[in-house]
Design a protein. Structure first.
Lengths: 126, 438
């Protein structure tokens, strides 16, 4: 069973407790990169719904299309809850934009501490 | 993509201000390149970029939506115009101030003008003042109640008129919070109304004809048959037993026969004359006539009978009083009224014929008696064919009521009217009007 995949822009891995972690190490997120990330996510999660930890600390921009893709049905069907890990003012702006304009249909929160984010996501493990 | 790391904060803030002004002016494609500092100023730049992209995208979506809606509206309007102008009904939309907002070609045709010329005009400018209140009432009601109004009415123009059936339906805002205007759909029903009136007239004629037929059969069945039976019996008796009659009996039977024959003749005369009137076969030929002379001649025809009952008949008509009348018809009227006066007045009574001015052009003629009079409940039945009013005279004289119908027909042909004033036991006054000599 694969529990870690790295694409040109993302690293997707399953943590021990079943939470899936998605690290965006691309600076500029586009829809193409987002699609590849979702394919990798599906392989890791084996088609099951999981809590998701998204680390966007390195990200500097995200296109509108990519934002819409992450809030679309294809992506949200795979996720039970979402925690953003942010650090810089830029990553906070990106995350807030996503939450404000795209309103995901599951519990979502921003964290600056990864451990706290994982603790919160554990509430949504089945 | 990478910005010079050494760019100053002032320069970056200046770029942000320029970008904000650009977005304010509608340039949503503007994008700022953040530095490598990743500080708050960079975050503002990223946020501004995303806002500009969102606005641009939303604007594009809204423009697309507007275009789609406008196209749909245009198609819908085109369909409405085609439908409305194809319809033979007159379709129009009026606002609260009674100004025309829409009018189809059929409606505009009624004003001999194109719809564009009429749209925007108040109905006050298009209809005669006397029609406006009646027209506005159902429109106002549709506005005030929100309930569709249906009206059928005649619109009178200076040179013609037409009947229209109109429905006024309130037009609501899409959220039904307010009525914006009233949609009217009118149909020309002049032909239908004409046909309805024709049917009504024909129906009235049929009712009248039916009543006339009933009256005719009633007279044949009762009034004519009765005297004839007496006549037959008497003549049978005279034929079978004439050798047994004394001269006095023979004279008495002969008188009875003569009286029965006269009565029958008079009835037949009225019946034939009435039948002629109903057929429209009688000629109405009025001329300047001497009323006094006509009255005198009429009195002569019933003089014998009046003498038998010792009833005096007085002609108080001014000598040589002229009227514009058909002498034959007015003589028939006078004969019938005088005959009735004698019939329903007891022995030693009297009857007076007199005249007076009714108005400038008309005189009133009356035949008055001090006879038995007429019960109030019967007075209104006297001149109606559908009512059966026949009673015996004071000496048992027969009466059919036909004479008065004939009088009414003849007087109305003269443009006059006839009526009676009477009280039971106190006599009667039969009055009619005639035009004076022209």
């Amino acid at each position: 069973m694969n529990n870690e995949i790295t694409t040109s822009s993302h690293k997707i891995l399953q943590l021990d407790d079943g939470i899936i972690k998605l690290i965006c190490f691309t600076r500029d997120e586009t829809i193409e990169k987002a699609r590849i990330a979702l394919d990798a996510f599906k392989i890791i999660s084996e088609g099951k719904k999981n809590p998701l930890l998204v680390d966007i600390r390195q990200q500097k921009s995200i296109s509108r299309e990519a934002r819409l893709f992450y809030s679309g049905k294809e992506f949200t069907d795979q996720v039970t809850s979402l925690a953003f890990v942010v650090e810089s003012a830029i990553s906070k702006v990106l995350a807030n934009f996503f939450l404000g304009l795209n309103k995901p249909p599951y519990p979502t929160r921003l964290f600056t501490n990864e451990d706290e984010a994982i603790e919160w996501l554990k509430n949504y493990l089945k | 993509m990478k910005q010079n790391f050494n760019i100053s904060n002032d320069e970056r803030i200046s770029k942000i201000l320029n970008a904000i002004m650009g977005v304010s002016a509608g340039d949503y494609q503007i994008r700022l390149i953040p530095s490598e500092k990743e500080d708050d100023i960079d975050a503002i730049m990223v946020g501004l970029n995303m806002l500009a992209e969102e606005i641009q995208s939303t604007k594009y979506s809204l423009e697309e939506l507007l275009k789609e809606k406008t196209d749909n509206l245009s198609k819908s309007e085109s369909k409405f115009h085609t439908l409305a102008n194809f319809a033979s009904e007159q379709i129009f939309i009026i606002n609260k101030d009674f100004v025309i907002e829409y009018m189809n070609e059929s409606a505009a045709k009624a004003f001999n003008a194109p719809p564009d010329y009429l749209i925007g005009k108040s109905i006050d400018e298009l209809f005669p003042p006397q029609e406006l209140e009646r027209m506005k009432a159902p429109m106002a009601k549709a506005f005030n109640t929100g309930i569709t109004q249906h009206v059928e009415r005649e619109i009178k123009f200076p040179h013609n008129s037409l009947w229209v059936s109109t429905s006024y339906a309130p037009v609501w805002f899409s959220d039904r919070s307010q009525i914006t205007s009233v949609l009217g759909i009118s149909r020309d029903i002049t032909e239908r109304k004409r046909a309805e009136n024709e049917i009504k007239e024909k129906n009235e004629q049929l009712i009248k004809l039916n009543a006339e037929k009933d009256k005719f059969f009633s007279i044949i069945a009762h009034d004519l048959k009765g005297p004839f039976n007496g006549f037959l019996n008497l003549t049978e008796l005279m034929a079978d037993s004439n050798e047994k009659f004394s001269p006095d009996e023979f004279i008495e039977y002969s008188k009875l026969l003569n009286e029965a024959a006269r009565s029958l003749y008079k009835l037949l005369e009225n019946l034939l004359e009435w039948a002629q009137v109903q057929k429209g076969a009688i000629n109405f030929t009025p001329k300047d006539s001497d009323l006094s002379k006509m009255v005198s001649q009429s009195i002569e025809t019933i003089f014998q009978r009046a003498l038998q009952k010792r009833i005096s008949i007085i002609n108080e008509i001014v000598h040589a009083q002229k009227v514009y009348a058909d002498e034959k018809m007015i003589s028939t009227v006078l004969r019938n009224l005088l005959s009735n006066a004698v019939k329903f007045t007891r022995t030693d009574g009297k009857a007076i014929v007199k005249s007076g001015s009714f108005d400038n052009d008309t005189i009133e003629v009356s035949v008055e008696d001090n006879g038995v009079g007429i019960a109030e409940k019967d007075i209104h039945k006297l001149f109606k064919i559908e009512e059966k009013v026949s009673s015996k005279g004071t000496d048992g004289e027969s009466s059919t009521g036909l004479g008065l119908l004939l009088c009414k027909e003849f007087i109305e042909m003269h443009g006059g009217k006839i009526w009676v004033e009477s009280e039971l036991g106190k006599g009667s006054k039969f009055k009619f009007t005639l035009h004076k000599t022209i």
